[in-house]
Design a protein around this ligand. Structure first.
Ligand code: NAP
Length: 242
């Protein structure tokens, strides 16, 4: 029987690459989206065309709204049955130093980046019982820069929740995290933005999507791995040497 993955925020960018990668390895994929209905539909069409023997379906949910979060996995299970992989990829990424942070900006980072993955992990454990969870954090969790204060805090929280869930759900479910660094430019920035940023990391180049896909493969293939964080960040977590 084919295995099925739910990827949140899968219609574009890293999430889309994950969907195409897993589908190429034989997985059925549930493509979660919020605003990107058209890209999600286009991706389902592309996946169905490339991999006709597999099942693909898009599921909408605003992960800032807890009612929609807790409805997502039951809706997916009604279509696919209990599934084998949850990837918490969807995220908001809003800059703000602590002194400028509004309660609204704080809440949206926490709700989408921490609360939603927390309850999706809960529901995966309760509905699916066995399999893998992979949470996307950020290499920023290793430093205390506050220019994205609420975002960084939400991802630090998600890493702590990853370890907690790994302990609670073992051995039936493995829970791991990936911390990308300089990977894709934000949608309103160009490639030079990324190249400039990469000058300050040890590997001096943006990593692109490859290291993330290799990290996914490693987590899925290494059946003894749980509660671990793989950095796909060109050494950024090491800090700077001068
Ligand atoms: N890109 C990088 O260089 C980088 C670096 C470090 C860490 N990461 C982490 O890697 C992951 C993927 O990065 P990315 O740059 O590909 O992400 P992204 O494009 O910023 O966001 C991915 C998706 O999240 C969804 N999302 C946002 N708000 C939502 C909400 N309220 N409800 C439901 N979905 C929502 C959006 O779906 P819709 O479009 O459908 O609304 C969006 O397409 C994220 O967790 C990010 O924090 C990325």
């Amino acid at each position: 029987m084919k295995q099925t993955a739910l990827i949140t925020g899968a219609s574009k960018r890293i999430g889309k690459s994950l969907a195409l990668h897993l589908a190429a390895k034989g997985w059925n994929v549930a493509v979660h989206f919020n605003n990107s209905a058209k890209p999600a539909d286009d991706l389902i069409a592309e996946l169905s065309d490339k991999f006709p023997g597999q099942q693909f379906k898009a599921f909408p949910a605003n992960l800032a709204e807890i009612d929609e979060v807790v409805a997502l996995i039951p809706a997916m299970v009604r279509v696919f049955g209990p599934f084998q992989l949850l990837v918490n990829n969807a995220s908001v990424f809003d800059p703000s130093y602590i002194q400028k942070t509004t309660p609204e900006l704080f809440d949206i980072q926490m709700n989408v980046n921490l609360k939603a993955p927390f309850f999706l992990m809960r529901d995966f454990a309760n509905y699916c019982k066995t399999g893998n969870i992979i949470n996307f954090v950020d290499t920023r969790i290793t430093n205390n820069k506050s220019n994205f204060a609420a975002y960084s805090l939400s991802k630090k929280g998600l890493w702590e929740a990853t370890k907690m869930a790994a302990l609670e759900f073992a051995p039936a479910i493995r829970v791991n995290a990936i911390a990308p660094g300089v990977t894709l430019a934000p949608e309103d920035k160009d490639e030079n933005y990324l190249l400039n940023l990469a000058q300050s990391i040890p590997m001096k180049q943006p990593g692109g999507i490859g290291p993330i896909l290799k990290s996914i493969d490693y987590i899925l293939e290494n059946k003894h791995l749980t509660g671990q964080l793989l950095f796909a960040d060109g050494g950024e977590n090491l800090g700077q040497n001068a």
